[in-house]
Design a binder for this molecule. Structure first.
Ligand code: SAM
Length: 368
């Protein structure tokens, strides 16, 4: 029996059965000769290569976006020489980028001319994608030394980025604030669409969106439920820029880290809010929302969530590492959120629902 204070031997267990098999080079050679296993081995090989080379894809995409190749091709098809003139990229180097873009299925080549492919057209059409790609160099720089990053030895630029965009400093750089508020508003379209398909508002009377920015989500709510009274709660300098788009909209400036959440709504939404904040802030915000809701009132949490016990390739890589770089919040699993909701007084908590985990997942709770 270990003495008090003595360090316990670490529990170690060997890799699982399939991992042990995969560690055997002989099995790899054998797998190539057995039809059923051959397909599996090759798709695993491809998955490994995609993982290794993923950063080059993202940077090729960034070049395509920054050079505005897709909007140019949306106007009309063009030769490599014509595109070289428009982008000031030497023809031989641009040919390599265009070939990569074709491999990404963003563009395609017909009779010597490049044209927009359906995926490239979708990229241009889905709101927020272009702005999202264009803000990624910040995260890319933060991950330049990933070991130091995970050891916590770096000072990520992203940690100052969003506070700068939304914080008081933004008042001195309106252009930057506008650009990234637009990114939030643009990317909100998909989040709102999925959230409103997953949540019924038929019995609601007044909905308050806490941290609702300039009201993009509420505008989507108003389109779906024109009879609903709406309230927008966000920091004073953020709501100052919110268009008063409906006589049913009440704007309620406040700071949820120090002000109470105003009462009066029977449904409160938190859309892409909790993952920006540490556990202490989240717990006090959830308790304040519990206080503000009437009996039977509902809280809807909508944001990308970790897969928890079943890791999710989109949220547990992109969102979890993004929020780690922000140094303020974290991407939580539904089980973690459920624990925090219980601690905040909520008891009836729905199972998480999602249409596309990389867009958002929704948890609904009601006050008993
Ligand atoms: C990630 S944005 C999400 C905006 C919007 N809900 C959406 O999904 O597009 C976070 C929002 O929370 C607001 N916010 C951050 N801290 C806040 C606080 N202490 N009190 C009120 N709002 C806050 C920000 O101003 C910003 O509008």
């Amino acid at each position: 029996m270990p003495l008090p204070g003595a360090s316990r031997p670490e529990r170690r267990s060997p890799p699982g059965f399939f991992a042990r098999l995969a560690l055997s080079p002989r099995l790899h050679a054998l797998a190539e000769r057995i039809p059923g296993l051959r397909g599996h081995a090759r798709s695993e090989g491809r998955a490994l290569f995609e993982m290794i080379a993923g950063f080059v894809r993202s940077q090729a995409l960034l070049a395509v976006v920054e050079l505005r190749l897709l909007p140019i091709l949306a106007e009309s098809s063009a030769s490599t020489a014509q595109l070289s003139t428009r982008t000031s990229v030497p023809e031989d180097r641009l040919a390599i980028l265009l070939q990569a873009a074709a491999a990404l299925k963003l563009v395609e080549r017909r009779r010597g001319l490049w044209r927009l492919a359906p995926r490239g057209a979708a990229f241009l059409t889905v709101p927020g994608l272009e702005a999202m790609v264009r803000h990624h160099p910040v995260l890319y720089r933060d991950l330049n030394d990933p070991v130091a990053f995970f050891r916590g030895e770096t000072q990520p630029e992203l940690a100052g980025f969003w506070p700068y965009v939304f914080g008081p400093l933004a008042e001195t750089d309106a252009g930057l604030a506008q650009r990234y508020s637009s990114l939030m508003a643009d990317s909100q379209a998909l989040v709102a669409e999925d959230t409103l398909r997953l949540v019924s508002l038929s019995d609601a009377r007044r909905l308050m969106d806490v941290g609702g920015g300039t009201g993009t989500f509420l505008r989507a709510v108003a389109r779906k439920c024109p009879e609903l009274d709406l309230a927008l709660f966000d920091l004073p300098h953020v709501v100052a820029a919110a268009p008063r788009f409906s006589p049913r909209l009440a704007v309620q400036p406040g700071d949820f880290r120090q002000d109470p959440i105003p009462a009066g709504a029977d449904i409160i939404t938190l859309v892409r809010i909790l993952y920006d904040h540490p556990d202490t802030t989240v717990l006090s915000l959830l308790s304040a929302i519990h206080d503000a809701l009437p009996q039977g009132g509902r809280l809807v949490i909508s944001e990308p969530m970790s897969g928890g016990a079943r890791p999710d390739a989109d949220t547990d890589i992109y969102f979890a590492i993004y929020t780690l770089a922000m140094c303020s919040g974290r991407t939580r699993s539904p089980a973690e959120l459920r624990d925090m909701l219980v601690k905040s007084g909520f008891s009836t908590i729905s199972a998480p629902r999602t249409r596309r985990p990389f867009v958002t997942s929704v948890i609904e709770v009601s006050k008993a």
